[in-house]
Design a protein around this ligand. Sequence first.
Ligand code: CA
Ligand code: CA
Length: 161
Amino acid sequence: MNFPRAFFFFFACCCVALMGATTGADLRGASLRFTYGNSTYEINENLAGWVQAKNDCRSRGMGLVSIESAEEHYAILEYITDYTGGRFWTSGSDIEQEGDFYWEATGALLSYTNWAAGQPNNYLEGHCVEITDQYAYQWNDVTCTDPIMYICESQSCVALH
Ligand SMILES: [Ca+2]
Ligand SMILES: [Ca+2]
């Protein structure tokens, strides 16, 4: 794919996502919205399993959050550490191949990680990645059906060029 085509592809995908985000004004359970860099985030206090959470983000033109840098991780932490005992889904999962964690929302393997000590440990078939107060808001792989809060993310077109 040459550059202009690649650019158009990403631009088009991104703008579709953005349109979804701006026209889907339904903020069911979206308790807090904030931006960092070129992304908009919504913290949802609804408790949902990972698949349901993913679908809820998608219904609003977003995806579960994908965390690509320490800067992004700590930007998000500024907003979630108020939730004492809080647990939050990310889009991270190794549901397809045990041990190969990827961001479901982007399709990319995890590059930056912030696993809690001893994680991921696949305890109780943990295939989905949460950020949890239990481990000082570091990452943990847990059972995907656990009903917990979740963070949606959408990227603006500016992010990709
Ligand atoms: Ca991100
Ligand atoms: Ca675990």
